[in-house]
Design a protein around this ligand. Structure first.
Ligand SMILES: Cc1cc2nc3c(=O)[nH]c(=O)nc-3n(C[C@H](O)[C@H](O)[C@H](O)COP(=O)(O)OP(=O)(O)OC[C@H]3O[C@@H](n4cnc5c(N)ncnc54)[C@H](O)[C@@H]3O)c2cc1C
Length: 429
């Protein structure tokens, strides 16, 4: 058995790798580096509406959630939170304060964010540190207050060898530093107040601050690098190491080795998608777009990887493509209006019409919904819906049809599609 090759080490790739390992597969992750999780707020956004599960059926048929089942979504979230502890629910979102005092809906969040839930009757003290940039407690508290939240601000004198989250995190890791901060917070907080601080503490340090403060203390996400996001990334990485997932870093997947599918599966449409972007920006089913290759339901036997100056082929029974899409550069959009998948030349689908408009504060940019289309097993398909390869699965940011940043759906899509792909692989074992 050659096992499963996962391309990409973001939230989708690492979670898929762990789930495939749990399913009994030998797993190799091939990746240029780690993904966007370490830059994220550390929360899991499933869909930024009050009741995500109830509202998913109303999404467009081209949306990834039209393919991802609620069971797969739930399995993906469970797999992730086995390694990265989170609170929250799929049924309803929770409002948490941002660094600017806006109210942001999310589905799951680290325990160190929990006391920040906006709840009736609660009072919030937002505390800034003199030496930390990009966090303005008074602005945050005033914005919260303008939305009816009982909030006020304080600043404590606290510095670190640098003015961003990482030096503050290291400083708070020093013996006694967390307790020292907790004591000062206790001093300025009024009875019953929950204390919000910028998210610079690792979970153990946050626990020590809260214990010493004698008040509920919560962290508020700040500009990257985000300590809770970094911590989540580390936990997944450690889980991969502990579960004997091989990770090949600095490896770029550049192609596929294939053979005729022994089961004879063919793409019904001959691999010529109807609305794939062609070099002149038009849609066509008479020519392959630049960079895409015809395939007709062939079977993949290996992934070609450029690593350390040479090309190596990693044998594979199954390939999960978790390259991140446009955000990570796995899909590119050039100045001529062409969209291309840089690893395997798969057809990239995009909405009709102009992909980028000039109204930056207006409707979402259609370009951001560009990506691969998949079948119910998460296998990339051609324009007629037939799988391009029998054993290739695409997950996470590779999937088109979603406005992730705007909808707040990125992590939910990543975890749900990862679980659904692994489930499809499991059925073939
Ligand atoms: C600035 C920003 C803000 C965002 N804000 C939100 C938000 O508020 N809410 C929300 O829901 N979503 C948000 N998103 C989207 C969300 O982060 C993504 O949907 C999610 O990270 C996708 O995870 P992923 O694992 O699919 O991809 P990524 O985390 O991007 O990982 C992709 C991985 O693939 C690797 N890779 C790429 N190409 C290759 C190759 N050829 N060979 C080998 N490895 C390769 C990369 O190195 C990386 O490890 C935001 C994204 C960005 C960029």
């Amino acid at each position: 058995m050659n096992g499963t090759v996962v391309v990409g080490a973001g939230i989708a790739g690492l979670t898929a790798a762990l789930m495939a390992r749990e399913a009994g597969c030998k797993v190799t992750v091939v990746s240029l580096g780690f993904g966007g999780l370490q830059l994220s707020a550390g929360t899991l956004d499933v869909l930024g509406v009050p009741e995500p599960l109830a509202e998913m059926p109303a999404l467009d048929a081209s949306h990834p959630y039209a393919k991802i089942t609620p069971e797969a979504l739930s399995a993906g979230v469970e797999a992730f939170t086995r390694y990265v502890p989170m609170e929250g629910s799929l049924a309803s979102t929770t409002l948490l304060p941002t660094a600017l005092g806006a109210l942001r809906p999310t589905s799951f969040y680290p325990p160190s964010f929990a006391a920040g839930r906006i709840e009736n009757g609660a009072s919030y003290l937002i505390v800034g540190f003199t030496g930390l940039k990009d966090f303005y407690p008074r602005l945050a508290a005033e914005n919260l207050a303008s939305q009816g939240v009982d909030a006020r601000a304080e600043t404590v004198e606290l510095t670190a060898p640098g003015d961003t989250s990482l030096p503050f995190s290291r400083m708070l890791d020093q013996p006694g530093a967390a307790e020292g901060l907790g004591e000062r917070l206790a001093h300025i907080a009024r009875p019953g107040e929950r204390i919000g601080i910028p998210a610079v503490a690792r979970s153990g340090v946050w626990e020590a601050i809260q214990r010493t403060a004698g008040h509920p203390v919560f962290q508020i996400p700040i500009a990257p690098p985000s300590i809770p996001g970094l911590e989540a990334n580390e936990l997944l990485r450690e889980a991969c190491a502990g579960n004997r997932v091989d990770i090949m870093l600095n490896g770029r997947a550049i192609g596929l080795r294939t053979e005729e599918d022994p089961l004879g599966l063919r793409s019904a449409g001959g691999g010529l998608p109807e609305d794939v972007r062609t070099p002149d920006g038009a849609t066509s089913d008479s020519a392959l777009p630049a960079g895409t290759r015809a395939s007709d339901g062939r079977r993949i036997t290996g992934v070609e990887v450029r690593i350390a100056g040479s090309v190596k082929t990693v044998d594979a029974d199954h390939v999960i493509y978790a390259g991140g899409g446009l955000d990570s550069g796995a899909i590119v959009f050039d100045s001529y209006g062409n969209l291309a998948d840089t690893a395997f030349g798969l057809p990239v689908f995009a909405p009709e019409g102009e992909l980028v408009h000039g109204d930056v504060w207006g409707p979402p940019q259609p370009l951001f919904a560009a990506g691969l289309r998949v079948d119910a097993d998460m296998r990339p398909v051609d324009g007629r819906g037939a799988p391009l390869y029998t054993n290739l699965y695409a997950v996470g940011g590779m999937l088109g049809g979603a406005q992730r940043h705007r909808e707040k759906s990125g992590e939910g899509i990543a975890l749900g599609s990862a679980a659904q792909a692994v489930c499809a692989i499991e059925r073939t074992l």
